[in-house]
Design a protein around this ligand. Structure first.
Ligand code: ADP
Length: 438
C-alpha cells in the first residue's frame, strides 16, 4: 500500500510540474497546473472505476490494462485472486469426494447439533431411517421417536450400541451408535444388522427348542430314578443311582436356565414393567439364602432404603438378585459375612451383594458374564451352579436399562452391584403423618 502510494504522488507531482511548465510557456502557469492536476484526477478516477467494475464482476475475467502504480496493483490483485481460486477448487473437490464417499456408504450417518437438531445426513439415512428435507433443523426425536432411542440418546453414555427396528420398515433391524464431536455436536450412525439379528434368532430358537425337547425325557429319567431308589436297591447300585439322580437334577437346572435365557433374549427391553416391592423381594431372597447356607451358618446383613421401589419385571429381578445372593453363599465358606444393600442416589438405584468369600482374580472379571465361563471348573461344579447365573443377571439388567459392576480380589471377597437408572425408580408415597410433620 505504501509502496504504491509513492509512485502515485510522484505521477501527481510530475503532472502538476509538466502542466505548470506548459502553462508558463503560454503565460498561464496556474491554469496549466490546475488543468494538469484535473486531467491526472480524471485518469485516476477512470482507472479506479475500471478496477471496481472488474472486482464487482467477481474478477472472473482478465484484469483491465493499467499503467504505472495501477498496473502493479492489478497484477497483485490478479495473483491473489488466482491463489484464492485454486484454494477454492481444492476445497470443492475435497467436499465433492467426501459427499461421494458418504453417499457410497451402506450405513446411515446423521449429524446432529448441540440442540439435538438434524444438520446433515447421507443417502443411506434416507432409505434406512426415512429422513427427509423437511427434517433439516428439526429435533432428531421427531424422526426417531422410540422411547428406547430417546432414553439411550439422553443417557449420554455412548459406549454401547442400541438395536431397534427401522422407523420406516420394521423388518429392517438397525444398530445405532452415537458419538460426540466438535462442541456438543453428535454423529449418529445406523447400521443394517438384519442378517445378524436373523442368525441370532435362529441360534436362540435352536437352543430354546433343544432345551424344551430335553425336558420331557429328563423328567421321565428322574421319575424312574426316584422309584428305583425308593425300592432300596443293593448298596453299589444305590450309589450309582444316587449319582445319576444328582446329575439329572443338574441337567434339569441347566435346561431351566437355558430356557430362561432364551426367553430373556427374545426382546431387548421389558415392556410390562410394574412396581416391585424391593424390600419384600430382598427379604424373600434372604430367607431362601439362609436355607441354602444351612449348617454353614453364614451371617447376613441387610440394608434397605425403604423410600424407593423399582419399576420392572418381578420374576426376572428375583431371578437376577437371587443368583447374586446364592453365588455369594456358594462361594463364601461358612460362616462368612454376606451384606445385601439397596441404596438410592442421584445416579439411580443400586442393589449390591458383598461377601468375604473366595473372591475372583481380576483377570477373570471381564469374562464372568459369558455363558458357561467359570473361574474354577471343579469348584463351580461342586457348588452346583450351571455356569449361566451371571449371564442371566446381565440379560435381566440389560432389559431393565441397568448394568452390573463387579469388584473382587482373590481370597478377599467380591461385591456385585446392579445399577438402575433413576427413571426406573418409583418413590414410595410418604405416609400421611410424616408429610404432616414435614
Ligand atoms: P455358576 O453357576 O458356575 O456359579 P455363574 O455365572 O453364576 O455360574 O458364575 C460364574 C463364575 O463366577 C462362577 O463359576 C464363579 O467362579 C464366579 N463367581 C460368581 N459369583 C462369585 C462370588 N460371589 N465369589 C466368587 N466367585 C464368584
Amino acid at each position: 500500500m505504501y509502496q504504491s502510494a509513492n509512485p502515485m504522488i510522484l505521477t501527481l507531482v510530475g503532472s502538476a510540474v509538466a502542466g505548470g511548465g506548459v502553462g508558463a510557456l503560454l503565460s498561464y502557469p496556474g491554469w496549466g497546473t490546475a488543468l494538469a492536476v484535473l486531467a491526472w484526477g480524471f485518469l485516476q478516477a477512470r482507472h479506479f472505476s475500471r478496477v471496481m467494475k472488474w472486482l464487482s464482476e467477481e474478477s472472473t475475467g482478465i484484469p483491465p490494462d493499467g499503467t504505472g502504480p495501477w498496473g502493479d496493483l492489478l497484477d497483485q490483485l490478479d495473483r491473489h485472486h488466482k491463489r484464492a481460486q485454486t484454494r477454492e477448487q481444492k476445497l470443492q473437490s475435497v467436499i465433492t469426494r467426501f459427499q461421494q464417499c458418504t453417499a457410497a456408504l451402506f450405513d446411515a450417518i446423521v449429524i446432529v447439533d448441540k440442540h439435538n437438531n438434524v444438520e446433515w445426513w447421507n443417502k443411506a439415512a434416507v432409505t434406512l431411517i426415512g429422513i427427509q428435507d423437511r427434517d433439516r433443523g428439526k429435533s432428531i426425536f421427531n424422526l426417531l421417536r422410540d422411547p428406547r432411542f430417546i432414553r439411550h440418546y439422553q443417557r449420554n453414555q455412548f459406549q454401547e450400541t442400541l438395536n431397534l427396528p427401522s422407523p420406516v420398515n420394521s423388518d429392517i433391524h438397525l444398530q445405532y451408535q452415537v458419538n460426540h464431536f466438535g462442541e456438543g455436536d453428535r454423529v449418529l450412525v445406523a447400521r443394517d444388522v438384519t442378517r445378524l439379528v436373523k442368525l441370532e434368532q435362529t441360534r436362540r430358537d435352536f437352543v430354546a427348542n433343544a432345551s424344551h425337547e430335553l425336558r420331557t425325557p429328563l423328567t421321565v429319567i428322574r421319575g424312574y430314578l426316584e422309584t428305583f431308589l425308593e425300592q432300596e436297591p443293593p448298596r453299589p447300585l444305590q450309589r450309582g443311582l444316587t449319582q445319576m439322580q444328582h446329575q439329572s437334577k443338574r441337567m434339569e437346572s441347566l435346561v431351566a436356565d437355558l430356557l430362561l435365557l432364551s426367553r430373556l433374549e427374545s426382546t431387548q427391553h421389558i415392556n410390562d414393567e410394574q412396581p416391585v416391592d424391593i424390600q419384600e423381594l430382598i427379604e424373600q431372597i434372604h430367607r431362601d439364602a439362609k436355607d441354602l447356607s444351612g449348617e454353614r451358618g453364614h451371617e447376613f446383613e441387610l440394608e434397605i432404603n425403604p423410600d424407593y421401589d423399582l419399576m420392572g419385571q418381578e420374576l426376572e429381578l428375583q431371578s437376577a438378585f437371587s443368583n447374586l445372593v446364592f453365588n455369594a453363599v456358594r462361594y463364601t465358606p461358612g460362616p462368612g459375612l454376606i451384606q445385601i444393600r439397596w441404596s438410592v442416589d442421584e445416579k439411580g438405584g443400586h442393589f449390591s451383594v458383598r461377601d468375604n468369600g473366595i473372591g475372583i482374580d481380576p483377570i477373570h472379571i471381564p469374562r464372568l458374564t459369558e455363558r458357561f465361563y467359570r473361574v474354577d471348573e471343579s469348584r463351580s461344579s461342586a457348588s452346583g451352579g450351571t455356569g449361566l447365573g451371571l449371564a442371566i443377571v446381565k440379560h435381566v439388567l440389560m432389559r431393565h436399562g441397568a448394568h452390573l459392576t463387579i469388584e473382587s480380589h482373590a481370597g478377599k471377597g467380591s461385591t456385585f452391584t446392579c445399577h438402575f437408572p433413576p427413571e426406573m425408580l418409583r418413590r414410595m408415597a410418604v405416609p400421611q403423618r410424616q408429610s404432616d410433620t414435614a
